[in-house]
Write a protein that binds this ligand. Structure first.
Ligand SMILES: O=P(O)(O)OC[C@H]1O[C@H](OP(=O)(O)OP(=O)(O)O)[C@H](O)[C@@H]1O
Ligand SMILES: Nc1ncnc2[nH]cnc12
Length: 178
């Protein structure tokens, strides 16, 4: 992604100290969505990265609750892929696979509808940010439980000092290093 695009997106991010808990420096993606040109820059860079890295078709884009839902459908539409949500426990109807995980500020449970991702599907997992890697790692487990393959984990922001990508079992791509 060109440096001037990275800088423009970086400048739009919000920073909030001690949210949602004391000691956490919270990075807010939402201001980017107030600027349609910035959204276009963000999504087209992600799609260009995926199309220029992987020759074989991506079948499914999995987006993580909640901010992965802003990114996943836009990317999936442009790739001609399905979009499938991973949600916090108790929100999805029907038979689900589930995984417990630890994240930067607590423990949670993720679920995904079992039939939504078919065995052998090629999957991209997308989220706004990777911190400890707990959330993305749990999503990867859910994809595996469906018999599918995570081709890559994609993030807008990476908190590199937490080494979250080391927890993941596939390549990762982050637009902005923080
Ligand atoms: O790498 P990790 O340490 O797992 O942290 C990253 C996750 O934390 C945030 O979501 P959060 O759990 O706050 O949920 P929300 O989007 O519903 O607010 C963020 O959007 C990622 O999903
Ligand atoms: N520092 C942070 N900012 C935004 N989302 C997060 N999720 C986990 N850590 C976060």
């Amino acid at each position: 992604m060109p440096n001037h695009d990275i800088e423009r997106l970086k400048n739009l991010l919000g920073t909030h100290n001690d949210f949602p808990k004391k000691g956490i420096v919270f990075k807010d993606l939402f201001p980017i969505f107030q600027d349609p040109v910035a959204v276009e820059t963000l999504i087209s860079n992600v799609v260009h990265h995926i199309n220029s890295t992987y020759e074989e078709k991506i079948d499914v884009v999995v987006g993580l609750d909640a901010r992965g839902f802003l990114l996943g459908p836009l990317v999936a539409l442009r790739l001609g892929a399905a979009f499938v949500p991973v949600r916090k426990q108790g929100k999805l109807p029907g038979e689900c696979v589930s995984a417990v995980y630890e994240k930067e500020y607590g423990q949670d449970v993720f679920e995904m509808q079992k039939d939504a991702v078919k065995p052998n599907a090629r999957v991209i997992i997308i989220d706004d940010l990777i911190a400890t890697g707990g959330s993305a790692g749990a999503a990867g487990e859910l994809v595996k439980k469906c018999g599918a393959t995570t081709v890559e984990y994609v993030f807008v922001m990476e908190l590199g000092f937490l080494n979250g990508t080391q927890k993941l079992d596939a390549p990762t791509y982050s637009l902005i290093q923080l």
